[in-house]
Design a protein around this ligand. Structure first.
Ligand SMILES: *Cc1c(COP(=O)(O)O)cnc(C)c1O
Length: 443
């Protein structure tokens, strides 16, 4: 990390290591590329302590679909605090939880014909994934879970077992059990339908594939490189789950809450998962909150069987309710996300054309460009940051430059961000360094 010339918020002198460098564990990650000390934020803009502004197209890795500090959510939260609203209540009933559930039922579940129950898990996506895995195993009495290449489901051991990424899987130095990995849609190229392989293996009594408790997938793989599953593939996998007696689990932690245009990412495909995992943007305000939706016949937990101190963050219930009321009472928001998704796709196709071999990835407002190597993507992200645009990377080799702007980003601001990306890629792609890094494309 660079030494900071500006005194830090805790008064470091210039050229001294900051409090973060001195004391924060080296496990820190995003701050290595996006190296600034954040102070305030509004909508799609964040400001650091020097007053410098950035367009935030990382949006808390998809936790800020409605942008930073939405004024209506903030007002409701302040009102709750000032009224002496309870802030922690274990899983006891509270007015805030009741109001959230009522709104979630009327605006999300009922209109989609879903009779799912809502389980509040610990406040992270990983904890809700753990709950889904435990429940699917309990319901079926089976151990094996089918998960897919490049899937990402969180950092706890159960969630890591279903995650593909080797860098993360290596950390526990402990076997990760009970999962069979299968190739995701498109993993073997366009000419191979990987659902055929799963179909064959599930039905061949000597394939060696143990009967699955669950088939777990993301409809768009967020961390895994913005890989998109086709409608036909998803429907087939759903059917295979049904015929093999496995629960279909959709991890909608990143692709849900409107990121692909509909509230759930699976809505366009007429599939209804048995279990759905939501986290990241469900609170609407960047507050920790996660939940698991369960078809009622599978809600077989014993009381407290998946317990936890922070299930149900009351402040998150308050902002989550406002988010639903504000953005999901009508179809307008969804239509607007769809419109902007098309605009993004068109513009990114233009950017992709600047880079030989590059491809546009993703669906809806989770999209990006595979620039062919992790080094190139790193160059793009660093230079964009220097120009005031925050981006991340994704994919097996971190070779995908990823855009997750808040869904509420005004068109003008989206264009500003894309212009920065375009000019950075144009400059980088003409540089010597860029061409010389094109050895093994995926190194
Ligand atoms: C971020 C993410 C998780 C894990 O959520 P945490 O809150 O970081 O534990 C799980 N699944 C998907 C698809 C994610 O993007």
């Amino acid at each position: 990390m660079t030494r900071r010339a500006v005194p830090g918020p805790v008064g470091e002198r210039p050229n001294e290591p900051s409090i973060f460098e001195r004391r924060e564990s080296v496990v820190r990650s995003y701050c290595r590329r996006l190296d600034c000390v954040l102070d305030t934020a509004e909508g799609s803009l964040v400001r650091d302590i020097t007053g410098r502004e950035y367009l935030d197209f990382v949006a808390g890795a998809g936790s800020l679909n409605y942008g930073h500090n939405d004024p209506d959510m903030r007002a409701a939260l302040i009102a709750h605090l000032e009224h002496g609203g309870i802030s922690h209540s274990l899983d006891m009933f509270s007015s805030a939880k009741g109001a959230f559930l009522t709104t979630f039922e009327s605006l999300v579940l009922l209109p989609r014909g879903m009779d799912h129950r809502v389980q509040f898990t610990g406040p992270t996506g990983a904890n809700a994934v753990e709950a889904a895995l435990k429940l699917a195993r309990k319901v079926t009495g089976r151990t094996n879970v089918i998960a897919f290449t490049n899937g990402f489901h969180g950092m706890s051991q159960g969630a890591l077992a279903v995650t593909g990424n080797r860098h993360h899987r290596g950390s526990p130095q402990n076997p990760l059990y009970g999962v069979t990995r299968m190739p995701y849609d498109g993993y073997l190229g366009d000419s191979v339908d990987t659902a055929d392989l799963l179909d064959r293996m599930l039905h061949d009594p000597s394939s060696g594939l143990d009967a699955p408790a669950a088939i777990l997938l993301e409809t768009v793989q967020g961390e895994g490189g913005l890989n998109v599953a086709s409608s036909a593939w998803l429907r087939r996998i759903a059917e295979l789950a049904r015929t093999s007696g496995a629960l279909l689990v959709v991890d909608d932690v990143q692709a849900g809450c409107g990121r692909t245009g509909t509230f759930f990412s699976f809505e366009p495909f007429d599939i209804v998962p048995d279990l759905v995992v939501l986290a990241k943007s469900i609170s609407g305000y960047g507050l920790p909150m996660a939940l698991l939706l369960i078809r009622p016949e599978y809600d077989v937990w014993l009381p407290g069987e998946h317990n936890g101190t922070f299930r149900g963050n009351v402040h998150a219930f308050v902002t989550a309710r406002v988010a639903l009321e504000k953005f999901w009472s009508t179809v307008d928001f969804s239509a607007d996300v769809a419109r902007r998704s098309q605009m993004l796709a068109r513009q990114l196709a233009g950017v992709g054309d600047l880079v030989p071999g590059a491809s546009v990835k993703g669906r809806g407002m989770m999209c990006g460009i595979d620039v062919g190597s992790g080094r190139r993507a790193e160059t793009v992200v660093r230079r964009c940051f220097a120009e005031g645009l925050m981006l991340e990377t994704a994919g097996s080799y971190d070779q995908v430059v990823k855009l997750l702007p808040p869904l509420t980003t005004p068109d003008k601001v989206l264009h500003e961000g894309l212009d920065i990306l375009l000019s950075v890629i144009r400059a980088a792609a003409s540089g010597h360094e860029w061409r010389s890094s094109s050895g093994p494309v995926t190194a």
